[in-house]
Write a protein that binds this ligand. Sequence first.
Ligand SMILES: O=C(O)CCC(=O)c1ccccc1C(=O)O
Ligand SMILES: [Mg+2]
Length: 342
Amino acid sequence: MRVEEFSLSLETPLSTAAGEIRERRGVAVGIGDGVGEAMPLPGWTESFEECREALADVGKSDPSSALADLDDRPAARHGLSLALADRDARDAGRSLAQHLGAGGGSKGPVESVPVNATVGDGSVEKTADAARKAIAEGFGTVKCKVGARPVEEDVERVRAVRGAIGNGPALRLDANGGWNREEAEHALNSLAEFDIEYVEQPLPADDVAGHRELTSSMPIALDESLAGRRAEEIEGLADAADVFVLKPMALGGVDRAVELGRRLDSVVVTTTIDAVVARTAAIHAAAALDPDHACGLATADLLAGDLAPDPAPVTDGRIEVPQGPGLGTDGPWSENGGGDDA
Ligand SMILES: O=C(O)CCC(=O)c1ccccc1C(=O)O
Ligand SMILES: [Mg+2]
């Protein structure tokens, strides 16, 4: 097993109710010709240090049997399980989406997935400008961060965004657990007039009961509340939300995300602002699941650089899934890879 640590800056920091994301540090994993990526993000996964140590321990044993020891290290498990799955998919001459979909539902993976633009917290003007730009680029869905400022300011931001993009595009919000119950009720009631697709994580991660009890008719999605939970537990939350946000990195791997996604009615697949290896893996997972909502996979442009060229860029609000064997990227081990300007 090969490991390579890396660090990538964001082009512009992503501001959320849970703080600002400025930099991403991860570990690339190679097993044979298979490539994986661990990109820990505290709040969803273990810390970078814990992840690095867990992968160093794996290196001392047999990688395929080490997976079972990584249940409490989701990012490390993601990196290792992806390298194994990519290797096996390449061996079988199948795309990762086909490999992940094998034995699942009746139809094969889709060849492209719709994706949303991700707009961070910011002033009314900045937020509306970013949303307008996304629509001009061809996105049909915009996701806007809320919950980082007083509710009335978010209402003005969302009003400006809806005004800027018009009534056609879907608009979803993500509060990243930034409201208490009273604020959430007030926010959801005040935002209802803007035709919101759903609000992600209005309440803190541990307040699952609060999500169940919200009285607004606006659809609710859970994201942070899924982190660190086992699949059976998450299935038990099915009545607490309308949509489930599956982050393969937080769930311990694309294999787990696909398995869980098959058992839930309504899901979206998103990155944790991953580098090219994990981001492309999440695209394959989304293709295997064919979700009914746009996915949060358009995060490549948030990064100032990457491990390798992007095999799956966004065009007109969609991503074409690489159809060759495996993932479609060799990550840091690409012949033409590396470099901050890829
Ligand atoms: O869903 C998206 O649009 C992109 C992913 C995203 O927003 C995100 C990225 C990193 C960490 C947390 C989140 C989140 O969904 O809360
Ligand atoms: Mg979220």
